[in-house]
Write a protein that binds this ligand. Sequence first.
Ligand code: 4NP
Length: 159
Amino acid sequence: MEHSRIKILFVCLGNICRSPAAEAIFKHMVSEKGFSDRVEVDSAGLNGYHDGENADPRMIKYASKRGYRITSISRRIIPSRDFDYFDLIVGMDDYNYKELIRLSVPYNATVKVKRMTDFSEISAATEVPDPYYGGTEGFENVLDILEDCSGGLLKQITS
Ligand code: 4NP
């Protein structure tokens, strides 16, 4: 039913690496489980530096090797709308989380803010590290953590 849809926003710094990958992986899993009509997924960035751009070509490439298609266009978070509209707002690293908590206060939406690694099942990582200035391993590590946490998040919202 339309009113029972859960809306989830993944957030990182630039919205070109981690949160677009989280969006693609999570959408893929939601679709595989047949929950696409019950879950709405989007992503956004805190800094807006890459507004209107496609995701980082490296992230698109490594994700596509695992079967995920990243199509999102970078946008900056819009606190006045996003903290009201979304049910869960999920930051990738400690900085993202702290910024989201700070931004959420005026909208009484602090309870909606989570860390991606809150949902991990296997990984001991406490954040999804920024892969932007690193090499291949950084991107593969991000994808490993995101696959793990996306599975955990999906279980939590559908159980
Ligand atoms: P993301 O990675 O937050 O995972 O999208 C970054 C991409 C670009 C920048 C920072 C982080 N940047 O500042 O340009």
